[in-house]
Design a protein around this ligand. Structure first.
Ligand code: FAD
Ligand code: EPU
Length: 302
């Protein structure tokens, strides 16, 4: 799909590029190009961009670190907004103000250095602060919602708005923030000793490195855990580890990771997800639901 830069207000055009390959911007290293990729430099740019997309009826896709994304081989027929330029982090006492494009790992390190306890639980999770809020990223040690005070976002009506924690519905790997564009977050933690907090973050990172295929291209867990169960364990027990379709393979290290061995396409990953769903359904009678976000939206079984 070709989109003209003219759909943007003149002020935003220098921040936009057409036909940008998205694969290098994702941890899966898979997918086609964005019709337009825009990198706003201010909160106002984000709201102006949303207004322009709404006015022209062009779909908008929000890109963080691309660590939970499967982009289709045909690419994305719309505007992709990347918050990579908005990455400031400020710590004031036990409060942290982070822009959405800030790296989550940097946030964890800054919290440890400043003695802010809590977000160390997120050590080892790739991506940005905005993506972590949109996905309510976390694991067995906690999830980002646990430390949210308020969030500044551009809401689906295109208005810059401040939301208190109580106004946001966070669920397991989901939040209502996915309906708009998060631009800034205010987090609040406890008080800790910097050296101890850094050690805790290191331990949690080591735990993840020992269990998950970090040296390979993936988008993290492919499926959500069904209530009270581990999708990885169900996939493992169903004999799917090592199963492949083209360059896509079920990790031999952790059953819930699909890895790109180098040449995988999005359609191969989707086909492999469908096969895994089928085998797990046959073996355990459980339907696995994707955790990875698929652009543009489609079901593996479609
Ligand atoms: P992206 O992948 O870019 O986007 C994910 C979704 O968030 C998309 O729907 C996107 O539109 C939306 N989004 C992104 N930014 C914004 C924004 N500013 N405003 C609104 N919506 C936005 N996840 C866990 O929860 N726990 C883990 O332990 C974990 N381990 C992982 C390990 C590996 C090796 C990998 C590759 C991934 C792992 N993940 C894990 C998945 C992923 O890192 C998280 O979901 C992460 O929070 C996604 O952030 P991101 O910035 O990369 O978002
Ligand atoms: N297991 C197996 N075989 C496997 C994988 C796991 O038997 O191939 C077993 C493990 O031995 C363990 C149990 O299943 O007894 C749970 O496994 P693990 O501790 O790896 O946790 P998980 O439930 O698979 C969840 C999150 C991860 C997060 C970890 C640690 C989901 C879908 N996954 O994994 O998050 O890092 O806990 O907190 O919620 C992600 O969301 O992308 C992600 C990686």
């Amino acid at each position: 799909m070709n989109l003209s830069l003219n759909l943007l207000p003149p002020r935003l055009r220098p921040l936009a590029r057409a036909g940008v390959p998205l694969a290098p911007l994702t941890t899966f290293r898979i997918g086609g190009a964005a019709a337009l990729l825009v990198e706003p430099a201010s909160l106002r740019d984000v709201s102006d961009l949303l207004a322009a997309c709404r006015a022209s009826g062009v779909p908008l896709f929000v890109l963080g670190g691309g660590s939970n994304l499967l982009v289709s081989d045909e690419g994305v027929p719309g505007v992709v907004v990347s918050l990579a330029r908005l990455k400031k982090i400020q710590v004031i006492g036990s409060h942290v103000i982070a822009q959405a494009g800030a790296n989550l790992a940097t946030l964890v390190t800054r919290c440890s250095q400043a003695g802010v306890a809590g977000p160390q639980a997120l050590a080892g999770i790739p991506g940005t602060v905005g993506g972590a809020l949109a996905m309510n990223a976390g694991g067995r040690h906690g999830e980002i919602a646990d430390w949210v005070e308020r969030v500044i976002w551009v809401n689906p009506r295109g208005e810059l708005e401040s939301l208190y924690r109580e106004e946001i519905a966070f669920g397991y790997r989901s939040s209502t923030l996915r309906e708009g564009v998060v631009v800034e977050a205010w987090l609040h933690g406890g008080v800790g000793e910097p050296a101890e907090l850094a050690a805790r973050a290191r331990t949690i990172l080591q735990e993840k490195l020992a269990a998950q295929p970090y040296s390979e291209f993936s988008a993290g867990c492919a499926f959500q855990n069904p209530k009270g169960m581990s999708a990885g364990r169900l996939i493992d027990l169903a004999g799917c580890k090592g199963l492949g379709v083209g360059g896509a393979q079920v990790s031999t290290m952790h059953g819930n990771f699909i890895v790109n061995t180098g040449s995988a396409t999005a359609s191969q990953v989707l086909e492999l997800m469908r096969v895994v769903q089928e085998r797990v359904q046959a073996a355990h009678g459980v339907r696995l639901e994707p955790e990875v976000r698929i652009w543009p939206a489609c079901a593996p079984a479609a």
